[in-house]
Design a protein around this ligand. Structure first.
Ligand code: 26Q
Length: 800
């Protein structure tokens, strides 16, 4: 890397002038950003090559993490941090009159994901490289990431995202490594050496072109790879309508699909999934073949992980390659495939489990469909042997039934490991959602509680807190985040708590400025910053949060002696464009904000802010400034949550239900250092199973609820017409599927308790210290080490 500041400055100036053919003084900030990015990428290329060489010559086992999403965010700041040259560059640039932060702001987030699942994939890449584990990501190079959100008159408007408009300095196109991917056509059978064989003919072939990005470990020479595939026309298209072919081809990697569980069965999405899988497997097996003679022990050298069911076609695709192209028999191929591939489940919401109609699947992927049918038939035969005559069970568990292909069933049957993402979630999988499968494959099921990279979410996002921690306990926690527990001793240290309070205050000031600049709203920096930022979903219950705000508003209005500690409620949330209900909740959030922010009577106590276009880079500003982290999903519905961990690590206290990883957070910090409320997962599941909840009762017996619900429809919010009728109906006519009314009182009580604690800063910051001290467990380094040890069986590889 750069040996000194002077050497860096010299290299940087040279790069800048060479790239743009003008004098440094005449370059724009954007050019300065691109030059720095390129310089960094070139500087690590030796390590990148060496890492690859090492893996290849030592025949190290490698894992390939297949994911339809990688929510990377910005890369410059993180890469400099991981290379250990951030400070040096910052100082060097400053001497040239350049602020590093201004260059960082030039970078557009790589927003190739919807939320948790995509961000988890990004954190995992960071941990793999940092732990010197041979692991690479495979994904799609969408031309447009998740839509940009604007709020107009309180309504969400979506604009196409354009992260590539100024190019991407971190990628290298490898046109020579393009691979073909086949769709449509038909399957022919033929005899060869007395064996029945199959080939896919008359297919439409498109080309998958890889763009590779380096994944740089923290203070290590390891540089792994993220390979993103772009769909391009094949070199010699034989087509009647070449223009249509080009358009259809490019459409495959044009857009990231927004997470929309109601909007099933889009053919282009299935095309994307197979495109990712076919391109990745082709490339993995090609490079394996260069080193090894036999495919029979492939699983000793390669692990393939599928991030949810989106890449589940890796199973039949691998079977196809082994059987049709390599000439293996079914049983040999099945043995290798199941021993190579493993699967993570991220949801138990049954409506979110992927199912593809046969009439879409079969014509698009005829050979793959045949293989899935064969897998299904063999599986059903096994079930028949185990449970003779139990038709009901076999129908329930089949991979294909009622003309639908059930992707989660294929994933469990075709892999050696199925894991959930938090303890409670893994238990629900075993004992409820996937109970039948657990009964026949108990050894396949396991838990890997999610984690987050403390490098981006603490060291980079919150340098002030990082310094404070290091001043107190030294810096070994940076390499070994579990040692953050040494901070526990400082919970009772008054001067440490004071310093922590100052850091929080400083970060709140920065966020307050951002809020002012973006929305014009002036917030009280002494108020409690109460934050809920995440995708908008009914089960995440942003609605419960809004109702609490309306409750406070109503009480302040009706009773002038009612006093509360001032609070600023901050929201960020994107709704899937077709998710009508979620969009109404966004409108409601903005209507409440309007009402509250313009009412002088409640204004000293309440402010509501909706920050538009929530994304990774905005999260990095919000999270360090947060006092209260809202994690209030209906118990049993949020598989894990990972935002909860980011907030905790930055000293926020959690207001949460006993759901997902909140439960493990409580177990770590102790019940006195978290605010919990509401139904337990067991209670929720029991209500679903046995009934017994009547939302109308809560409406009739609670006057606060009554007032709030009436306000939705009685003109209380000007110019909203019938906007909120759907919300009203979902609560009263459809019996409140997510128990908003049921949990309301318990939520308000927990919030009142929290307010009380905040009055006593000593008590509050004591809890805050404990939260930071116990957050080390939630580092993705711990999670990834568990995957490496128990699922992938990978060894660390030191490059130098
Ligand atoms: C489905 C159909 C059509 C188009 C898109 C989709 C789609 C896309 C993305 C469905 C789901 C997703 C993403 C799901 C997700 O982010 N799940 C979250 O994963 C986190 C990481 O494990 C958990 O912490 C969260 O609890 C879980 O909700």
């Amino acid at each position: 890397m750069f040996s000194s500041k002077e050497q860096f400055k010299q290299a940087y100036l040279q790069k800048l002038e060479m790239m743009y053919g003008k004098r440094f003084e005449d370059t724009t900030v954007s050019e300065q950003y691109h030059a720095l990015g390129q310089l960094v990428r070139e500087t690590i290329s030796t390590n990148w090559i060496e890492t690859n060489e090492k893996y290849r010559t030592n025949k190290e086992k490698q894992v390939y993490y297949l994911s339809i999403e990688f929510l990377l965010g910005r890369l410059l700041g993180n890469n400099l941090l991981n290379l250990g040259v951030r400070d040096l560059c910052e100082e060097g640039l400053r001497e040239l009159g350049i602020e590093l932060s201004a260059l960082e702001e030039c970078e557009i987030d790589a927003g190739l994901g919807n939320g948790g699942l995509g961000r988890l994939a990004a954190c995992f890449l960071d941990s793999l490289a940092t732990l010197n584990l041979p692991g690479h990501g495979f994904g799609i190079r969408y031309k447009h990431g998740l839509f940009d959100q604007k709020i107009v008159d309180g309504y969400q408007v979506e604009l196409p995202e354009q992260w590539l408009r100024h190019g991407n300095v971190w990628e290298v196109k490898r046109a020579d490594k393009a691979v073909p991917v086949n769709f449509w056509g038909k399957v022919e059978s033929y005899m060869e050496n007395n064996r029945l064989r199959f080939r896919h003919v008359q297919a439409e072939t498109i080309s998958a072109v890889p763009y590779d990005m380096p994944v740089i470990g923290y203070k290590t020479s390891t540089v792994n790879m993220l390979r993103l595939w772009s769909a391009e026309p094949a070199p010699y298209p034989i087509h009647r309508d070449v223009l249509k072919y080009k358009r259809d081809t490019e459409a495959v990697s044009e857009f990231l699909y927004p997470d929309d569980t109601n909007d099933e069965g889009k053919i282009l999405r299935l095309k994307q999934q197979y495109f990712l899988v076919a391109a990745s497997l082709n490339s993995i097996i090609q490079s394996y073949r260069k080193q090894h003679h036999s495919l029979l022990d492939l699983h000793h050298y390669i692990a393939i992980h599928i991030n949810d069911t989106h890449p589940v076609l890796a199973i039949p695709e691998m079977m196809r390659i082994l059987i049709d192209e390599e000439g293996l028999g079914w049983d040999e191929a099945w043995n290798i495939t199941t021993k190579t591939i493993s699967y993570t489940n991220h949801t138990t919401l049954s409506e979110a489990l992927e199912k593809w109609p046969v009439h879409i699947f079969k014509p698009l992927l005829p050979r793959i469909y045949m293989i899935v049918e064969e897998i299904n038939e063999r599986f059903c035969q096994e079930l028949w042997d185990l449970y003779p005559d139990d038709w009901e069970r076999i129908e329930r568990m089949a991979i294909i039934s009622h003309q639908l292909v059930k992707m989660a069933h294929l994933a469990i049957v075709g892999t050696h490991s199925t894991n959930g993402v938090a303890k409670i979630h893994s238990e629900i999988l075993k004992h409820r959602e996937m109970k039948d499968f657990y009964e026949i494959y108990p050894q396949r099921f396991n838990n890997k509680t999610n984690g987050i990279t403390h490098r981006r979410w603490l060291i980079k996002a919150n340098p002030e807190l990082t310094q404070l921690i290091t001043d107190a306990i030294g810096d070994q926690w940076v390499q070994t985040p579990s040692t953050l527990t040494e901070l526990e001793g400082y919970a009772k240290d008054e001067s440490f708590r004071k310093d922590l309070q100052e850091v929080k205050q400083f970060r709140k000031k920065i966020l307050a400025k951002r809020i002012k600049d973006q929305t014009g709203i002036v917030v009280d920096e002494q108020s409690i910053f109460d934050v809920q930022v995440k995708r908008l979903h009914a089960y995440k219950r942003q609605l419960l949060n809004v109702f609490h705000i309306m409750y406070l508003y109503n009480r302040l209005k009706e009773d002038s002696s009612y006093q509360i500690h001032p609070r600023t409620f901050i929201f960020g949330a994107k709704a899937s464009p077709g998710y009508y209900y979620a969009k109404k909740v966004i409108k409601l959030l903005n209507s409440v904000a309007d009402k509250v922010n313009h009412d002088p009577k409640v204004n000293p106590y309440l402010k509501v802010v909706f920050l538009e276009n929530y994304r990774v880079s905005l999260a990095e500003e919000i999270i360090p400034a947060t006092d209260v982290s809202e994690q209030i999903s209906t118990a049993s519905k949020e598989a894990s949550g990972t935002g909860n961990m980011k907030f905790m690590m930055n000293g926020a206290l959690t207001m949460g239900t006993l759901d997902g990883a909140n439960i493990e957070i409580r177990d770590e910090v102790g019940a006195e250092n978290i605010f919990t409320f509401g139904l337990t997962p067991e209670e929720v599941l029991n209500y679903y199973q046995n009934g017994g909840y009547r939302s109308l009762d809560y409406y009739h017996h609670n006057k606060h609820i009554q007032t709030i619900l009436e306000q939705l429809i009685n003109g209380f919010f000007p110019n909203t017409g019938s906007d909120f009728e759907m919300i009203y109906d979902s609560l009263l006519m459809q019996n409140d599927e997510f128990f908003v009314l049921k949990d309301f009182s318990s939520y308000c009580a927990a919030q009142a308790k929290l307010s009380g604690v905040y009055e006593n800063k000593d008590a509050w910051f004591e809890k805050s210290v404990i939260n930071i001290a116990k957050s080390g467990y939630f580092s993705s380094d711990r999670t990834i080490q568990e995957y490496a040890d128990n699922i992938w069986h990978l060894n660390k590889v030191k490059v130098y």
